[in-house]
Design a protein around this ligand. Sequence first.
Ligand code: NAI
Length: 331
Amino acid sequence: MPTVAFFDTKPYDREPMTAVAGDVAFLFHEFRLTSETASLSSGAAAVCGFVNDRLDRPCLQQLAACGVRHVALRCAGFNNVDLVAAHEAGLVVTRVPAYSPHAVAEHAVALVLTLNRRIHRAFARVREQNFSLAGLVGFDLYGKTCGIIGTGRIGRVAAEIFRGFGMRVVAYDPFPISDWAATHEVDYLPLEEVLADSDILSLHIPLTSDTQHLINADTVRLLKPGAMLVNTSRGKLIDTTAVIESLKRGHLGGLAIDVYEEEEGIFFEDLSDQVLQDDELSRLLVFPNVLVTAHQAFLTREALAEIARVTVTNINRVARGKPPLEGTLVE
Ligand code: NAI
């Protein structure tokens, strides 16, 4: 029976995981996995980590010293794992690359609709019996241009949904998929042209050293004045300082984010009784044209069930010396 130390758990991921656990014994920890907490994996064959666990070299070395052999990430992104250190420590790293591209793409679209039509503000107003419409003017999506950066699994679903609104969709990806683009009437363009053409720009790329701060002081200036920027991928794709400046100048017309550069230790936690120490996040939260959700794009029943199925299958396979499911090994 493989024992698995499960970090940064919340009721919504514990439940689906337990439902498919079978022989796997989970030791659930509410705190995150870092070099300070790694020793609590002692006796476990595997650890199960999430997006804000910090699997750096000291953490991974400790895990290996505790006898852990498998790091099973219950997410798609793996930018928080030092892969060189993991492999040197003899750890197998797996992830869940495609649990539901629809969950994330649909959340990106939900953010766009909410921010554009000021649904978040309207909801708060009518609860106060304020039925005025001043300040709630949006724009038709129909006929506007949506730019998709990254036409992987999630970006393609998002592009198809935006096409459904009658938008022109332009995209940038170093590995374009021409058949798909032709079928859905999506035009691949150079990055600068996508930035300049888009009324809505949605990021669907992994965080790597190449993509970190893709949106920075220089590139944000290339955006069409009044454009809306959407990020459901990873916070560090955006230089928050540059984006705040652009919002203050009135160049960027709106910002909808499910991820934030410094979300580690903040997102997933109830900090409602505390004074928020992050000044840039505090600033973002008071813009009328900024919408922030706390990394919940993955949070659908279907996605959680698939994450649990793939994670438990891989834990069993690796524990029995079998290769993990195809496409889930992080190399
Ligand atoms: P994917 O691997 O299927 O697609 C990524 C695409 O980005 C690929 O087509 C790749 O060629 C492209 N790409 C790489 N570098 C690029 C660059 N510099 N410019 C333009 N395109 C580039 O990944 P998938 O499944 O679509 O996920 C995208 C990202 O969404 C993940 O890396 C993850 O960070 C994020 N994500 C966020 C979730 C949330 O809850 N907010 C949940 C799941 C994923």
